[in-house]
Ligand binder design. Structure first.
Ligand SMILES: NC(=O)CC[C@H](N)C(=O)O
Length: 398
């Protein structure tokens, strides 16, 4: 008994205690469709869910990742051993020329569940108002702690992103689901679920008018635009931009969840825009994939995607402060990528390439095409991640 108390005191003093009530913690299991199961302890909402199991190598910014709408439908495994030690801030900001109403990347937690090695029950940060566990509970999102996230990551890295089931409490007593019971989010048009239903404006008196097609925008993308004094009109992902394009100085296409193939309608509309409109067009992640599809490139599903804040990309062309031949460290969260067609479609060239897996990380219109269109697979606006490529949004392709 004395030994158990000593262990408990040691756990509490480290701020790591996973099992607040030894013997009473709610069991939780992650089942993978490939047949493996990982047993741990529940934190967050006592709710069982299905999703697509992915891993992120980011060592910080769990709050930003979890509110990024591109993680919708995904069971997010953090490779960093301890998550939650700086808690969660209040998520409100003003709506003005500097901000977009939230501190984090959207109103709520977007991923389906989180899996961590060790959830920090104690948290400390001057902006923190609650723990990771209570935040998950408030947003009805389950978490599992006390599992070997390294083993899960090695599996996912070998076999690729895998459908999963998070079973909580008495559901852990049930056998692992049958193959047909797993839910595959990539079969759904998740963009249509998350995109704004009606147009709205931010910073309407801004000095340059930018239309934004919303595939599931991260707040920091919109925030980055308003902080540069853009008057931003956010449109549903499949809005007929061509019917209103004369009112705008530029078009931006955001990040978004799921398979870009579900957004072919947007790519076809954009193809017309590319043919008939010469103003700047820029896209990030899903937006970049849509620009590529409109340009005639194919998108494909990667084995395990790239998620983390340490992805090196090599610039193949110079533009603005970006120099060909230089490597930039970037923030990423994607499962799909554009194919490296050889030759590239007329009027287009690769802009960046991933140093680890050679996937296309950016495309741009060629200088002699007369267009000013570019897109990047990574997140130059960060939140979280490095700011190395922040100026990629400011380049001029004149
Ligand atoms: N962050 C994103 O926009 C991701 C784009 C797309 N859903 C993918 O997974 O590749």
């Amino acid at each position: 008994m004395f030994a158990r108390q000593l262990i408990r005191i040691h756990q509490l003093s480290r701020g790591l205690a996973t099992h607040a009530n030894p013997g009473f913690a709610t069991p939780a299991t992650l089942h993978l469709k490939s047949g493996q199961s990982f047993k741990g302890t529940s934190f967050g909402a006592p709710k069982s869910i299905y999703g697509e199991t992915v891993f992120s190598t980011s060592i910080t910014s769990y709050t930003e990742s979890m509110t990024d709408p591109s993680y919708r439908g995904q069971i997010l495994v953090f490779t960093t051993p301890m998550i939650g030690n700086y808690g969660v801030p209040a998520n409100t900001a003003p709506f003005d020329s500097k901000d977009v109403g939230v501190i984090l990347e959207s109103q709520g937690v977007q991923c389906a569940a989180v899996i961590v090695g060790d959830v920090a029950e104690k948290f400390s940060h001057y902006t923190a108002v609650q723990s990771l566990a209570s935040w998950c509970k408030n947003h009805n999102v389950p978490g599992i702690t006390g599992v070997d996230t390294r083993a899960i990551t090695r599996l996912l890295r070998d076999q690729g992103t895998t459908l999963g089931r998070v079973a909580i409490g008495t559901d852990t007593l049930l056998p692992a689901p049958q193959d047909h019971e797993y839910w595959d989010p990539s079969l759904e048009n998740l963009v249509d679920q998350i995109s704004t239903k009606a147009p709205y404006q931010l910073n309407p008196t801004g000095s340059i008018k930018i239309a934004v097609l919303d595939f599931g925008a991260k707040a920091n993308i919109l925030r980055s635009l308003v902080r540069r004094d853009a008057a931003v009109t956010v449109l549903p992902w499949n809005y007929d931009f061509n019917s209103i394009r004369d009112q705008f100085d530029g078009l931006f296409l955001t990040n978004g969840p799921g398979d870009p193939g579900h957004c072919m309608e947007a790519a076809l509309k954009l193809r017309q825009t590319l043919e008939e409109w010469d103003k700047p067009i820029f896209g990030i992640c899903m937006g970049h994939q849509i620009i590529g599809m409109a340009a005639g490139l194919d998108a494909y599903r990667m084995t395990f995607g790239n998620r983390g804040h340490n992805q090196p990309v090599l610039a193949l062309a110079s533009a603005g402060s970006i120099k060909a031949g230089r490597v930039y460290v970037t923030s990423q969260n994607h499962q799909y990528a554009l194919k490296l067609h050889d030759p590239f479609p007329q009027g287009w060239e690769p802009f960046f390439i991933n140093c680890n897996d050679s996937s296309v990380e950016g495309i741009k219109s060629t200088v002699d095409s007369g267009k000013k269109v570019w897109g990047v697979q990574f997140h130059p606006e960060s939140a979280g991640g490095p700011l190395d490529t922040i100026e990629v949004s400011l380049i001029s392709l004149d």
